[in-house]
Design a protein around this ligand. Structure first.
Ligand code: TYD
Length: 240
């Protein structure tokens, strides 16, 4: 696969064209950002860990019937992915309430509600990714009602699969953000962004310790060491 021109240069990753019009290369940087890019830092080794963790999680979804863009790892910090047309929505699944959601509705960090919560945000940095509902999304032409229903269903399926996988690694999946796109090769709606400690909350089941980006958000130190713990535990499962 020949790496071509850069087609997206984000804070935390870049996307490159390839000689296959239906494939792109994702390259993970060591940079991390939070609070809509207000807080920023560089952690050596983070990009490689995000690449590896995301590869394991996306591959697991592919193998369990939830289609994603992931094809294969092509380097330390790079992976080959199916090209998609972006659907500018964030589908956020909460198994427990934490972070800004817990604050917003006045419950303690880690509150366990009666059910899983799925939220929808319009992926638009200028507007600070506002919360919207399915009527807004359909009205804006971002996706049809049928597509929204499908993404909701796939998000819950992905949540079930990854909750179970991470549990085997002694990690509880607290929440996660998913993005979907329309695959350029067959038009299918597939998960099309990373799934990693940058986009999920993951807590050590035994100690309750945070193993995700909250370590950076809340200046808890050991950011890279925590991501490495997640990777090593997942890797061990793969080797079993
Ligand atoms: P959420 O509780 O909605 O926001 P916050 O991070 O402000 O508490 O976040 C739920 C999960 O989704 C969390 O693990 C972070 C992730 N997420 C992203 O990766 N990108 C985003 O733009 C948002 C809003 C959340």
């Amino acid at each position: 696969m020949i790496k071509g021109e850069i087609i997206f240069d984000g804070n935390e990753k870049q996307v490159f064209a390839t000689d296959d019009p239906d494939k792109v290369i994702f390259r993970y940087k060591d940079v991390t950002v939070a609070y809509n890019n207000i807080k920023r830092a560089r952690f050596v080794g983070k990009g490689t860990l995000d690449n590896q963790i995301s590869a394991i999680l996306l591959d697991n979804l592919n193998k369990n019937g939830v289609e994603t863009h992931f094809v294969e790892v092509t380097g330390d910090r790079e992976q080959l992915c199916r090209k998609i047309e972006i659907i500018p929505l964030e589908i956020i699944v909460h198994n427990r309430l934490a972070g800004s959601l817990a604050q917003r509705i006045g419950v303690e960090e880690g509150f366990r509600g009666n059910n899983t919560i799925v939220e929808l945000r319009y992926n638009n940095d200028d507007l600070d990714d506002p919360f919207i509902n399915e009527d807004h999304a359909a009205a804006l032409g971002l996706a049809s009602y049928d597509e929204l229903k499908y993404m909701h269903k796939q998000a819950l399926k992905a949540n079930k699969i990854l909750t179970s996988l991470l549990h085997k690694a002694g990690i509880e999946l607290i929440d996660m953000k998913l993005e979907f796109g329309r695959a350029s090769d067959n038009g299918a709606i597939i998960i099309s962004d990373e799934i990693s400690p940058d986009t999920c909350r993951m807590w050590d089941e035994a100690t309750g310790e945070k193993l995700d980006k909250d370590r950076f958000r809340y200046d808890l130190s050991d950011v890279v060491a925590s991501y490495r713990t997640v990777y090593e535990r997942l890797k061990q499962l793969e080797e079993k």
